[in-house]
Write a protein that binds this ligand. Sequence first.
Ligand code: PHE
Length: 357
Amino acid sequence: MSDLATLEAEIVSAVEASADLAGLDAVRVTALGKSGSISALLKGLGAMGPDERREQGPLINGLRDRVQAALAERKTALEAAALDAQLAAERLDLTLPAPPRRRGSVHPTMQVMDEMTAIFAEMGFAVADGPDIEDDFHNFTALNFPPKHPARETHDTFFFSPNEAGERMLLRTHTSPVQIRTMVSQTPPIRIIAPGRTYRKDSDQTHTPMFHQVEGLVIDRNIHMGHLKWTLETFVGRFFETSDVVTRFRPHHFPFTEPSAELDVQCDRTGGELKVGQGSSWLEVLGCGMVHPNVIKNCGLDPDEWQGFAFGMGVDRLAMLKYGVPDLRDMFASDVRWLAHYGFSPFAAPSAAGGLS
Ligand code: PHE
């Protein structure tokens, strides 16, 4: 055998014997690397005379081509084998039984909605609802927002494209349109709460474009602010599960209530933990007021005969406060680890008799 044939046989058998990609590359370097055996032969061509070069050139180049082909073929084979090995190692047997652990949990928002519903149900409130997609009449006009009034702008409304008549539907910015739908469809006395989703163009640590509210509405004869105050103070005490809550009604403005107020609860925020019923801070909990006579009129009722009060509160915010969730946006991130940590057992539905949380 010629020297070239011996060299080729050696290299090719080393190629075939290499067990992995690293080993194959080492063989490539000894043959075709800078100081490899074939590279040395190719360099030697330059020093030959023309006749010798004409004879040796094709032989050496042919050797190089065959070695390159052998390397490529082995590389493909080794890569395929590596992939097969990885697939085999990462195989999951989906027929194995699942480990016995809690799979689902109740989201804090839903937990708090259930708690609120339990508290108000015990006070004699029924649950009402309305659509998420509303029209301007129910979301604004019937609620005594004057046309083009700046209060409409403060709601950062999501509007749909206008229809042929030029009317735009919208995503309701609060649950107050359910007040209108209830007064139009039921005869007083009315005592309802309306939990549901609401939408505003807003996103930061304490705002998300979708959030939840619980609306409340009472319509009856001879209703006055004392009823509102008792109802909400009783609610707050039960919700925060303490007998000594101190509340403060702060004057405010809503077009659909007169007078209007925001309800604050005294709390202590030192040490990053929220304690209700002590301390020197105030926590804004809800908006409320006596239903404006125009709203009662807009629903076809006589405001001289029927009066009432209404309130609306942010459920997610109250859930964060009660259960110590630092960032509102996490509430809607659908992270199962977060849910496992902050979620509630589905088997412990809140009730007045059985306890809330
Ligand atoms: N709809 C008001 C809001 O979203 C809250 C509210 C409801 C205030 C009912 C008064 C009466 O801010």
